[in-house]
Design a protein around this ligand. Structure first.
Ligand code: MLT
Length: 405
């Protein structure tokens, strides 16, 4: 019989959102008359904006004409999109990112999961706790996490940076110096942010310790406060120590279209001067055949004047939902945070209920789906995440139901 990758066997249970989907499907089957409101996975509900739809149609028409038909996309992305990102995303932030430092992909989730491949197997990884599960799970798959302790729900070789109410859900420098530091701001799942000065401290820490920060900026479009950085490249020295991962899913509703990108500056080097940019290009070239032309054209359209106006309207719509959730729960006596610079609201479960007990309670009694905080890590125990990505009507109804429990 074939031997399997034993590192995969170490993973406990199924992926968080698959577990939730299974539980909800079972509940729905047993209770077909109940209207379930889903504020669990961070998936958008508003249709793609008109400018993006038009770009998709136009690109499809090009595919129908022998003169403009496109085959394989360039594996690193079409120049029109990489140039647009460099000009429209990074230049206005004063961040010096050239278009050939941008690697277009089919989404931030796969980039978050795959990027660890270019590092040695024995590098030490630090993550926030709670954390987007992809960072940890993929390092487990890569054999980098050591052994799992079911009692503490921690991996022996991973460095955890607890993010709790006491530190405002912002990580502190770990006691053990890591080689790779995953940071996500605005944060999934807590919705917390850090200031530019705080992020600069992380960049300085990484530079001092010759570590690499993997910065997940998937939610930057939701930032509403002025002192919160949109990109790690707003910080001095980040070109030498940071990789940034971005998504079109949350800022433009591409969860079903799939488009994202990773920035690896050419100044970022391994311990013997190896170019991380070159390694990722090599990896991309071998394992990826490029995001579809029509999707990249849609991505370009997001940065047109109309595209920006329309996507900002969608973001405002979701952020209004965030306000409804935040204020509604607060008025009902819940302890809540997030929701100001992020589409996630992080709430303390009532009466010291465990996160999963509250999940079951909410599903059964209010028919509302959320995400148990403990699914993101042990420091998430006793917390719960609701997303602002539902429709306004469902969001209002969900909060009314929760209030009346
Ligand atoms: C989440 O709900 O945490 C995210 O939607 C998951 C993802 O973006 O992959």
């Amino acid at each position: 019989m074939i031997k399997v990758n034993e590192d995969y066997l170490k993973l406990p249970g199924s992926y968080l959102f698959s577990t939730i989907a299974k539980k909800v499907a079972a509940f729905s089957e047993a209770n077909p008359d109940k209207k379930i409101i889903r504020l669990g996975i961070g998936d958008v509900t508003q249709p793609l904006c008109p400018t993006v739809i038009k770009a998709l149609h136009d690109a499809v028409d090009e595919m129908a004409d022998a003169g403009t038909f496109k085959g394989y996309a360039p594996d690193l992305g079409y120049a029109f999109l990489r140039d647009t990102i460099s000009e429209k995303v990074y230049k206005p932030l004063g961040a010096d990112i050239a278009s050939d430092e941008i690697f277009v992909s089919d989404g931030a989730k796969s980039d978050c999961g795959n990027i660890q491949e270019i590092f040695a197997k024995d590098v030490k990884v630090a993550v926030c706790d709670p954390v987007y599960p992809v960072y940890v799970d993929t390092n487990v798959m890569a054999g980098r996490a050591g052994s799992y302790d079911p009692a503490t729900e921690l991996w022996s070789d991973v460095v955890y940076m607890p993010c709790t109410a006491d530190n405002g859900f912002a990580p502190e420098f770990p006691s053990e110096v890591p080689d790779i530091i995953y940071l996500c701001f605005p944060n999934n799942p807590t919705g917390a942010t850090i200031t530019k000065a705080q992020l600069q401290e992380w960049v300085d820490y990484a530079a001092r310790n010759r570590a690499v920060i993997i910065y997940d900026a998937a939610y930057e479009a939701y930032i509403s406060e002025p002192d919160v950085p949109h990109s790690i490249y707003e910080c001095e020295g980040a070109r030498e120590c940071a990789i940034e991962i971005r998504s079109f899913s949350k800022n433009a509703g591409f969860t079903g279209l799939r488009l994202g990108y990773t920035v690896i500056p050419k100044d970022l080097k391994g311990e013997n001067g190896e170019s991380l940019h070159a390694l990722w290009a090599r990896r991309h070239g071998t394992k990826f055949n490029g995001a579809p032309y029509i999707v990249q054209k849609a991505g370009e359209a997001v940065y047109s004047e109309e595209g920006q106006r329309e996507t900002r309207e969608q973001i405002a719509y979701y952020m209004n939902n965030a306000k409804v959730i935040y204020e509604g729960l607060k008025a009902a006596g819940y302890t809540v945070s997030g929701g100001v610079n992020a589409p996630y609201i992080w709430l303390k479960t009532p009466d010291n209920m465990s996160s999963w007990d509250f999940f079951d309670y909410l599903l059964e009694k209010a028919n509302v789906v959320g995400t148990p905080g403990s699914g993101f890590g042990p420091s998430g125990e006793g917390y719960f995440r609701l997303t602002a990505f539902g429709s306004y009507e469902n969001t209002v109804q969900a909060i009314e139901r929760i209030k009346s429990l």
